[in-house]
Design a protein around this ligand. Sequence first.
Ligand SMILES: Nc1ncnc2c1ncn2[C@@H]1O[C@H](COP(=O)(O)OP(=O)(O)O)[C@@H](O)[C@H]1O
Ligand SMILES: [Mg+2]
Length: 340
Amino acid sequence: MIQLQNLHKDYIVNGKTVPALRGIDFTIEKGEIFGIIGHSGAGKSTLIRCINLLERPTSGKVVVDGIDLTKLDDRKLQEQRRQIGMIFQHFNLLSSATVADNVAFPLKLAKKPKAEIDRKVAELLALVGLQDHGNKYPAQLSGGQKQRVGIARALASDPKVLLCDEATSALDPQTTNSILALLRDINRKLGITVVLITHEMHVIRSICDRVAVIDGGKIVESGRVIDVFLKPQHPTTREFVEQVADSVELREAVAHEKAAGDRTIIRITFLGEQTYQPILFRTMQETGTSFNILQGTISRMKDTPYGQLVVELEGEDDRSRQTIDVLRRRGLEVEVIEWN
Ligand SMILES: Nc1ncnc2c1ncn2[C@@H]1O[C@H](COP(=O)(O)OP(=O)(O)O)[C@@H](O)[C@H]1O
Ligand SMILES: [Mg+2]
């Protein structure tokens, strides 16, 4: 659906070249929710704005639905842009227009007949749960409601792609979750490809299928959220994953147990159906191993449940090794944090 090929973007500031994107390559599939995560200044906004050519790349290709946007003249580009909706951190609504007029704006620009505009606006407001707010002004709405207006407006031209630039970063956690749920709904119901950028791992974990980590204008890691999340490779990725892990308490627990001596400490990851099965207890019984659970979480990545347990095995190395073998053979991920 979207292919970025060797994308570079330099800004010229006071005669000096500031590289913002330094060779970006990836493909986003039709119908997926693709997340891009990075720290402030990493190049996220530049990157997402290159996808609809709000920002023109210095070099490289931007292919959307088979068409290289960098090759189009202005008129053709305008036409293609209608396929790509966008929402923003600060909503960018017209403050002097009502909610309904904000949503109608792109339709009026496209010179659609009034009856069609009215029908479409009503439909979009219902989709985002604002059917009773059409006559209000943006200042009368909460942050979450404003973003719903932004989403309705972005969907007015029936786009195939929705770009979200930190769309939940100005919202409190609860409102963030409701907007994420709405984006996921829209992705499912309308089959729209969603590209979102964020600096929050929580956002990635709750709705994305795949993720790319951007650092210093380069993609340093990418893949399925579940893989990147459970086995982060790059230090920047690890930092983001730690945002949603209880790592401080874990470090304390491990230090405490280590001090007690003769312990092997492992982290076990359960995925999908495994999460709810008593594999651990059965294995420990069969191998006659005593164990303690130091820490446990069960959570969900998009639709996949997963669990992680940090477990301390008592006894000799050989016995522990054997137990770990059995767990792995039964399909669990086992990482040894500390041999005794
Ligand atoms: N319009 C601009 N002019 C000059 N430099 C810019 C401009 N926009 C962004 N930059 C610079 O490009 C880099 C990436 O910025 P940006 O894409 O906004 O990152 P992010 O969205 O990840 O915070 C930063 O060093 C930033 O200062
Ligand atoms: Mg930004």
